[in-house]
Design a protein around this ligand. Sequence first.
Ligand code: VG1
Ligand code: CO
Length: 542
Amino acid sequence: MIKSVPTTPYDDQKPGTSGLRKKVPHFQQPNYVQNFVQAIFDSLEGFEGQTLVVGGDGRYFNREVIQIVLKMAAAAGFGRVLVGQGGILSTPAASNIIRTTSAFGGIILSASHNPGGPNEDFGIKYNISNGGPAPEKITEAIYARTKTISEYRIFDAPDVDLDAIGTLALGPMTVEVIDPVEAYAALMEKLFNFSAIRTMFGNGFSMAFDAMHAVTGPYAKEILENRLGAAPGSVRNAVPLPDFGGHHPDPNLVHAKELYDQMMSPAAPDFGAASDGDGDRNLIIGRGIFVTPSDSLALLAANAQLAPGYAAGLAGIARSMPTSAAADRVAEKLGIGIYETPTGWKFFGNLLDAGKATICGEESAGTGSNHVREKDGLWAVLLWLNILAVRQESVKDIVEAHWRNYGRNYYTRHDYEGIDTEAANGLMAHLRSELASLPGTKINGLFVSMADDFTYHDPVDGSVSAQQGVRVVFDDGSRMVFRLSGTGTSGATLRVYLERLVTDEDKLGLETQEALADVIAAAQSLAGISERTGRTAPDVIT
Ligand code: VG1
Ligand code: CO
């Protein structure tokens, strides 16, 4: 029986960079989840009888929300829901299922790299039929709907058993509980040279993969250990936990410090990697060398043809604006297109669908390709393994050869987390007000050649996204970018992205913060970071 329940709107259900993210207690307010899910369904057309894919990263509150989504999907008229066993689907695996089953769309429950638990973060995101995050046109319609909603509809039925694989009826709708790993693992086998990687492991190649007690554990165990023959125990923290063991499932040098320290020690394995809460990010560390995500994008693009799935070459590369220009130099050499998009994977979908780009990446540890419409952590790890298996060189040698060939884009991001929202907005407003007068002036000894607030013109559908980040470019090719995070759940996070291209062979081995010291100082003085935020140092440096 379908129940209609009266409700009143919340005024804060605006999706950010990647869906709606709030603290769990915020989501637990009466009808908060129901309002948002109903607003999603109300913003869509033509899904009667169609398939919806549902899954999440297993964090606290995942199961409860899945039950609500299933019952509301039945009331809305979907014909079938595919849900991962135990409510689990990594974000890239969900994207793959949406695509391969020709589903109408999907609902992914995750707050990605943010911590989980009763007082931590939760998130809901809608993906469209190409498997990618809903574009702004849809997220804006959803937000508009949340402001006027007056009732939601739900099928009145007992909870669905999510733990047994099989098909069930939920009123007129079918629920199929599916294996979350199988289809994804099969896709990876198609893209990569598993036999070459298996031979490499057979010859004693060692790796450490930190699943951070998040969703990639079961995927990495199956693919790396079972199918590729990595030594048992190569995958650590492999059991997904609702609170990620109390850690941030954020694969960066701060939150994956243990792995980093191990990779820098004499006893390091050949290759280290990690992924985030929902499995779409990757951290790559070779023995004695951290590979920045921007460099990793460039390296993967330059070597992709070594993997069977990319043997025919790339159509183009796309990167988010704050990502370093390392990939641009590869695209130039390959004679293929390079596209610069705003932060957030939703902007890559059109380029991938139109066949303009094959590989995409963000400086925030996201890399992916046209195999799905999300970034994909394990995909990046496997492409690296495929390249290592074919080239039979160390990560360090491969990276350093790349720098000699293309130059090195020194790159760092400084995050100031949980700062006062007004102070953060004031800082950005001040920067914007300065833009017009900056070109031609000198900041900390560096000449400004260009300054703007990035506006993206989508070359496929013509849509325009303004105010995507303040960038200041200097005449020596170095650059700084300022923007506020759109994924945080408390206060504001200021992200400052700093970059410099160095081609001089003698200067390729500098320490990153040193190589960028004058750009960092210029950013601090132009933005007045310490005066405006009271912070003298960033919380996270990546
Ligand atoms: C951050 C990253 C961005 C990424 C987004 C979602 O956004 O900077 O590159 O696409 O997270 O990643 P923001 O607005 O906080 O800078 V995930 O792994 O949360 O799906
Ligand atoms: Co993520």
